[in-house]
Design a protein around this ligand. Structure first.
Ligand code: ADP
Ligand code: GLC
Length: 485
């Protein structure tokens, strides 16, 4: 039986993306649609969405819909388009006063309002389209109020009587906290009794916490992270709420969209390769290093280590302040890094690239193409994350025969298996501790294995044989939805 799903996300690839949430929202929609389900995906029509590349159809009954949220008289319209490369429909919520901004996310005082509007717009669109979702699937803090709104603001509407809500946590550290004085702003005036008393007492509202408290079920993006977030170390203050609902939490590892990320067909690459054509991978590496001004001649045998990342403390960049200069002094390798984010990391990497122009390339910014090149051309890929709900790049890396060097946490622990040279089993380098010594050890280990051609070849073959396709993972979501009904 096809399921009716209302899916709300603050970013969706390829329309607007800052990180993995967009990849997941896009891919999950694509594969749920391909499995025959009626999935309606809602996201903001940000300035960053390339309207010229899309055909936008205004939706009847969804033009200039008035919405009164507390003192705010808002207005939204909805445009339908097809998610590129799929047959699935995306509904873009247009509210220029809220979404026509320099960045997808900001720190303006109306941030809570921007995503409350998105959530209301999705639910009101369901009403006006007479679409009775069986599942309301909310993602991260932005749409965390969805389950509570369903029980309060929309409780009168029989359309939603059979709707079950799922709160997916992609990153628990971002919670979207705002002042309790703004409760009316999000459509929850008079609903104080349903809000976590501790938060209310402290004068704040935590949308992610409310999502966890009010959803019928909670999911997160790897089994290990599902356990970790129930501990104080990883729960960022929400572990108590999660432990209270531990029977209602499921960890489902994200998948990879191999139509986008596969060296056999990657549209960003001039040449393609599979596990038996590693010579081509080596040629791509040469090309790429030359273009980046990295020393290919003397270092033709030495490994290239890649990194593509939001430059946030979550990603373990702290450790690189000490680790990278030492590694550069002691080991033979080059490095290609792509990312943007916190200024102190950007400055550090810029300086390091300046000091070692033929060894380390740092490209600051966002580039889909450069990200694909790093995955294809590198021998290794470094992810020393402090925490990692799932992580996608390690799974992309495996497919490209680019050996992940990761910390054993979250989805990294669930997708990379430490290589054992004796049994020749395993797919990468996995280290335990969040400290500089562990990074030195991990990178050193990879470099030593790389020097042994036969061993390395086996490791690469193991990696490339892994399958994390969405085709498989989407079945887990369908099973979960069905269990909820
Ligand atoms: P997170 O969502 O925490 O940032 P993930 O590993 O789940 O981490 O997903 C990150 C996604 O964003 C990957 O698809 C990665 O390639 C992409 N990405 C991150 N930074 C950049 C960048 N600067 N340029 C291009 N793609 C990037
Ligand atoms: C988050 C996490 C990342 C995860 C992504 C998609 O941004 O940081 O680990 O892969 O969401 O679920």
């Amino acid at each position: 039986m096809p399921l009716r799903i209302c899916f709300i996300a603050s970013e969706v690839a390829p329309l607007a993306k800052t990180g993995g949430l967009a990849d997941v929202a896009g891919a999950l929609t694509k594969y749920l649609h391909a499995s025959g389900h009626d999935i309606r995906l809602f996201m903001p029509l940000y300035r960053q969405v390339d309207r010229r590349a899309l055909t936008l159809h205004p939706v009847d009954f969804l033009r200039d819909v008035p919405l009164q949220l507390g003192p705010h008289r808002l207005n939204f319209s909805v445009y339908a388009t097809t998610l590129p490369g799929t047959g699935a429909t995306v509904y873009l919520v247009d509210a220029p006063a809220l979404y026509d901004r320099d960045r997808l996310y900001g720190s303006a005082p109306d941030e809570h309002l921007r995503f409350a509007l998105l959530t209301h717009a999705a639910l009101q669109s369901c009403q006006r389209m007479a679409f009775a979702p069986q599942i309301l699937h909310c993602n991260d803090w932005h749409t965390g109020l969805g389950p509570l709104l369903l029980r309060s603001f929309y409780a009168w509407d029989r359309l939603f009587h059979d709707t079950r809500s799922l709160m997916s946590i992609h990153n628990i550290a971002y919670q979207g906290v705002f002042g309790a004085g703004a409760l009316a702003d999000v459509g929850l005036a008079g609903q104080e009794h349903r809000i976590e008393p501790g938060d209310l007492g402290a004068g704040r509202i935590n949308p992610l916490r409310e999502g966890i408290r009010h959803a019928d079920h909670i999911s997160t993006v790897s089994p290990t992270y599902a356990r970790e977030i129930q501990t104080p170390e990883y729960g960022y203050g929400l572990d108590g709420n999660l432990r209270a609902r531990s029977r209602d939490i499921t960890g489902i590892l994200n998948g990879v969209d191999y139509e986008e990320w596969d060296p056999r067909s990657d549209r960003h690459l001039p040449q393609h390769y599979n596990a038996n054509q590693l010579g081509t991978k080596a040629e791509l590496k040469q090309d790429f290093m030359q273009r980046l001004g990295l020393a290919t001649q003397a270092r033709n045998r030495s490994p290239l280590i890649g990194m593509v990342s939001r430059l946030a403390s979550q990603k373990g960049l702290e450790l690189l302040f000490d680790a990278l200069p030492r590694l550069l002094a002691e080991r033979d390798f080059c490095m290609a890094i792509l990312g943007s984010g916190d200024e102190r990391y950007e400055q550090f990497l810029t300086r390091l690239a300046h000091e070692h122009p033929t060894r380390l390339s740092f490209r600051q910014g966002y580039s889909e193409e450069h990200a694909h090149w790093i995955e294809a051309a590198s021998d290794m890929f470094l992810m020393p994350s402090l925490y990692e709900p799932c992580g996608l790049n390690q799974m992309y890396s495996l497919r490209y025969g680019t050996i992940p060097i990761v910390r054993r946490t979250g989805g990294l622990a669930d997708s990379v298996q430490h290589f054992n040279p004796e049994t020749r089993q395993g797919t990468g380098v996995v280290f335990e501790h969040f400290d500089v010594g562990a990074v030195l050890w991990g990178v050193g280990q990879a470099i030593e294995w790389h020097a042994n051609r036969g061993l390395w070849r086996r490791l690469v073959q193991n990696a490339m044989a892994q399958d994390f396709s969405w085709k498989k993972q989407v079945g887990e979501y369908i099973a979960l939805y069905e269990r909820l009904l």
